[in-house]
Design a protein around this ligand. Structure first.
Ligand code: MN
Length: 209
């Protein structure tokens, strides 16, 4: 895990995204975090990120995560992101990598069983975890589907699937959850630069999804 690819893709004089410090071990005693960012780039998608060994291991999920176990979501693994990226919400300027609007759609902590087995499970291509978020809760699995024979591109394909438990929701519709868990703003409000104080969505943070 390293941030070279992340840094190489970005011009930090132009983009407000974090450069990322050198990875430290200061967070290692705490439960690892996850974040999901709704990203209106060329195409709308959701970036699903899990803290593993000091970075946010990342997948782009075109349709976004689902609480419906019947919906298998394609997840394309992308470059690792710095931990500080979990708090990034705003606009990446035109012409820059990933240009468009980024909203912190969900966040929280997660566990794997056994504890701290995420690096091993990631390498094996099957990662079972439990999310403790505001919108996403319960057990999930990420399964790598790309075969070695299909080249490095194929190896980046995974499926994100909700497992059966009390948080499963057959009527899940992600469009009902268009607010930031940081600021309560909709994606449109983030794009328009509506300030956090005047954001009409402010109170939605308290709302139980
Ligand atoms: Mn993205």
């Amino acid at each position: 895990m390293a941030l070279e690819e992340y840094r190489k893709k970005r011009n930090f004089k132009e983009t407000p995204e974090p450069t990322g410090k050198e990875k430290g071990s200061s967070r290692s005693a705490k439960p690892p975090i996850f974040v999901v960012q709704k990203h209106q780039a060329t195409a709308l998608h959701y970036d699903f990120r899990l803290e593993i060994e000091g970075v946010l291991v990342s997948w782009a999920v075109p349709k976004g995560p689902s609480l419906n176990p019947a919906e298998k979501r394609l997840a394309i693994q992308t470059e690792d992101h710095p931990i500080e990226y979990a708090n990034f919400e705003g606009v990446i300027p035109k012409g820059q990598y990933g240009a468009g609007t980024v909203m912190v759609w969900d966040n929280g902590t997660y566990d794997t069983e056994p504890q701290d087995s995420a690096p091993k499970q990631l390498a094996q291509g099957e990662l079972k975890f439990t999310l403790h978020g505001k919108k996403l809760r319960g057990r999930f699995v990420l399964i790598r589907t790309g075969l070695k024979s299909s080249g490095s591109r194929g190896q980046r394909s995974w499926l994100l699937i909700k497992r059966q438990d009390g948080y499963a929701d057959r009527s899940w519709n992600i469009d009902r959850y268009d607010w930031s868990v940081l600021t309560g703003r909709s994606l449109e409000e983030v794009a328009a630069g509506v300030s956090v104080d005047e954001g009409p969505g402010r109170l939605r943070i308290q709302e139980s999804p």
